[in-house]
Ligand binder design. Structure first.
Ligand SMILES: [Zn+2]
Length: 408
């Protein structure tokens, strides 16, 4: 194995800069909403680069672009990539790094005339963000076979435009499907989008899991009353119970390992200074990388809410709005990422992803893992998103060597 092989950092940065010019915002970030004209131009850039590197390019019916570099054996791919669609006010790195980084790995292999046993595939998944068309991770869901193309094409944006119409307009509705594509392992290089690596002064995150999440909306109903004339023990104060739930969310976060609990939405009615609140509506966002602990948090939350509401004689109803199970990445693939980082002398740590990624969709069917690099200030989905060239380079080198270990 050519252990001394390294990516070209200035070339990596150059191609990231070029891609960031497509859909560039005057504020410094980018906007390439899925299946928009800017997304089309971004895809053109990626496809042209795949062809210039000699990759065999295929496009499936939802617009996933796959470029394959031949191996000495035919067989399942060592697949790596991410997405080039963005949210409306995005930075330059989310998604783009994973695709540009994968292309840099291929160019490095080409330059050094390195052949691998397994073919290496580079993929740009369509509509990862879901900012225009739900669901997010649409391309990887279709790739995995869990979302039918016809169903995906029927989804509409806020203006009533369907995925089918939008993708046909871009010319990226391919004729292929990738049901014959075997995946030996999937690797995704991505910015962390959170503050953990920077705070720990680490360069590489070896991502072992993605948190599961549950979103619950509670509606509390008490009784309005005069704030001056009604004695405290005679009140049925929905706002008081809501505040107790906000407090309890923090308690849960301390009580259960790796638990995060957040009340991000809270509204009272009638919402008047001198009136006890009759109604409260609030959401609780629960996250944990462990399914059992996530279920425990949910159960404890419901028990607490029932008790707090009963004590105040407030009635409570709830809806469970979203439930996404946690994903564990493949320990062997994550081990190769760890070994590559160690061999390259990178400061690295094992971690859990706080955000969702294409890799978690693929992980249900194929061995997969992710590589994180730091996000300055933990800022992402924001034009201020920033990762230094040195960290980008380290991430791409870890991707290169993890891929080499997997591809043989
Ligand atoms: Zn992303």
């Amino acid at each position: 194995m050519p252990a001394s092989l390294r990516v070209n950092a200035s070339r990596l940065q150059h191609h990231l800069d070029q891609l960031a010019r497509i859909g560039a915002l005057t504020t410094g970030g980018v906007c390439r909403l899925a299946f928009s004209e800017a997304d089309r131009q971004g895809r053109d850039y990626i496809e042209a680069r795949m062809r210039s590197l000699g990759l065999a390019v295929r496009i499936d019916r939802i617009g996933n672009i796959l470029g394959t570099r031949r191996g000495t054996r035919s067989g399942p791919l060592v697949l790596t990539g991410s997405h080039v669609d963005t949210v409306g006010t995005a930075g330059r790195f989310d998604g783009s790094l994973g695709v540009i980084g994968a292309l840099e790995v291929v160019e490095t292999l080409n330059d050094a005339a390195v052949s691998t046993d397994h073919p290496v595939g580079v993929i740009a998944f369509a509509n990862e963000e879901g900012a225009r068309f739900m669901p997010d991770m649409m391309g990887s869901l279709v790739f995995r076979g869990d979302l039918q193309v016809g169903d995906a094409r029927s989804r509409v944006d806020r203006d009533g435009v369907s995925v089918g119409e939008a993708i046909d307009r871009t010319g990226y509705a391919g004729t292929d499907d990738f049901t014959d594509v075997g995946v030996h392992a999937y690797l995704e290089l991505h910015i962390e989008q959170g503050p953990i690596l920077e705070n720990a002064n680490m360069t590489i995150g070896v991502v072992e899991a993605v948190q599961g999440l549950t979103w619950i909306t509670f509606t509390l109903t008490g009784a309005t009353a005069h704030a001056g004339a009604t004695p405290i023990d005679m009140r049925r104060d929905a706002g008081y119970v809501a505040a107790a739930i906000v407090q309890y969310a923090r308690t849960l976060s301390h009580e259960i390992e790796s638990q995060r609990a957040t009340v991000g939405l809270l509204s009272l009615s009638p919402n008047i200074v001198n009136v006890v609140a009759e109604h409260a509506r609030l959401t609780v966002d629960l996250r944990n990388p462990d399914a059992d602990r996530l279920a425990m948090a949910e159960e404890r939350l419901h028990r607490f809410v029932a008790g707090a509401a009963a004590a105040e004689r407030v009635t409570v109803s709830h809806t469970t709005d979203v439930r996404v199970p946690p994903v564990r990445f493949d320990p062997v693939v994550a081990g190769h990422v760890q070994d590559a980082a160690t061999a390259l002398g990178c400061r690295s740590m094992r971690m859990v992803s706080g955000a969702g990624h294409d890799a978690q969709i693929l992980a249900a069917k194929f061995p997969a893992a992710m590589i994180f690099v730091p996000s300055r200030g933990g800022i992402s989905h924001n034009v201020m998103e920033f990762t230094s060239t040195a960290d980008l380079e380290a991430g791409a080198n870890v991707l290169l060597h993890a891929a080499l270990r997997l591809a043989g």
